[in-house]
Design a protein around this ligand. Structure first.
Ligand code: PRT
Ligand code: ZN
Length: 283
């Protein structure tokens, strides 16, 4: 049995449970309390505040955790990042009042900076050789300059909307974060096997994300050109059609390139193009 700590509510909760479901691990949300057991996988979920997850994993109360890399870095506990999960993306940035004449990091010398991430900020200031005063605030850091508690802030940014609506301007992007799976590195061989199975499934889910399955009818003469347009994982699947001189070609394409590929394929005579969602790819 492996115990996995996840955020009980907040930005990472939904995507953490969605990821577990995506890799075939059932979660009984209706009976969600503090601990719950997955009915179809040797995994027990421990729900808690994200701030506590690195410590709970480091101490061994849970062998694994899903948490933002920002919390892992800030808390400084001895845990290993075993997978990056591709959601919860954000950065921790320095922001100054929008009218400030910011000319570079030296601007912060002697200033007061409000943050919930003193450790990461302190390290950056040291790297820059800057002495500043760190005001530790938990929550609503963005109001600190207007309340004259600080001259600048160091806080999480994703869209940047919160900064703009508080009259602040992002000037230094210091730390980039996303949700990660962490471990304390002290698993028994049985637990390691369960983790390996999870990592294998997470890998497959990540490979299939943002990919589409595409199939089309193609004049036989255009196959070579189409193979160049759609390189596929190994090579595209090509099957003859009953109609003389035509074949059916199947491949996998990055969603971002989809419309560009379709335009190129139409130009070489592809017809009846179908685009399908992919559930899983096992490389
Ligand atoms: O209750 P608990 O302690 O568990 O949760 P919490 O309130 O401490 O954290 P929560 O749920 O807000 O965030 C959990 C994790 O999500 C963070 O540790 C980050 O790893 C990640 N994450 C991703 C974010 C954001 N994006 C984010 N935008 N965490 C916070 N924000 C906040 C930010 O603090 C600021 O107030 O959103 C605001 C900025 O957003 P924009 O879009 O306006 O720039
Ligand atoms: Zn928190």
């Amino acid at each position: 049995m492996l115990r996995l700590a996840i955020q009980s509510k907040g930005r990472l909760n939904e995507e953490s449970t969605a990821l577990l479901r995506e890799i075939g691990i059932d979660i009984d949300d209706s009976r969600r309390k503090f601990l719950s057991q997955a009915p179809n996988f040797p995994l027990e979920l421990l729900y808690m505040r994200d701030d506590d997850i690195p410590q709970v994993v480091a101490s061994g109360t849970a062998a694994l955790g899903i948490v933002g890399l920002n919390e892992v870095e800030e808390r400084g506990f001895d845990v290993q990042v075993v997978a990056k999960l591709g959601f919860g993306g954000c950065r921790i940035s320095l922001a100054v009042p929008k009218g400030a004449d910011y000319g570079g990091p030296q601007w912060f010398a002697g200033k007061r900076i409000a943050t919930s991430y003193p450790r990461i900020l302190k390290r950056w200031l040291q790297e820059q050789g800057i002495e500043a005063r760190i005001e530790v605030i938990t929550g609503s850091v963005e109001i600190a300059p207007a309340a004259d508690i600080a001259d600048a802030i160091f806080d999480i940014v994703s869209s940047g909307g919160t900064l703009v609506s508080n009259g602040l301007r992002e000037v230094e992007k210091v730390f980039f974060s996303e949700a990660v799976l962490i471990s304390n590195g002290q698993l028994t061989p049985d637990q390691q096997q369960v983790l390996d199975e999870m990592l294998f499934r997470i890998g497959s889910a990540q490979v299939s994300r943002h990919k589409k399955y595409i199939l089309m009818n193609l004049p036989q003469a255009a196959v070579e050109e189409a193979t160049r347009i759609l390189p596929a994982m190994r090579s595209p699947t090509i099957m003859p059609l009953a109609a003389e001189g035509w074949c059916s070609m199947h491949s996998v394409v990055e969603e971002a390139d989809l419309w560009d590929k379709i335009r190129q394929l139409k130009a070489i005579g592809a017809e009846g193009i179908l685009v399908l969602n992919i559930d899983k790819i096992i490389p």
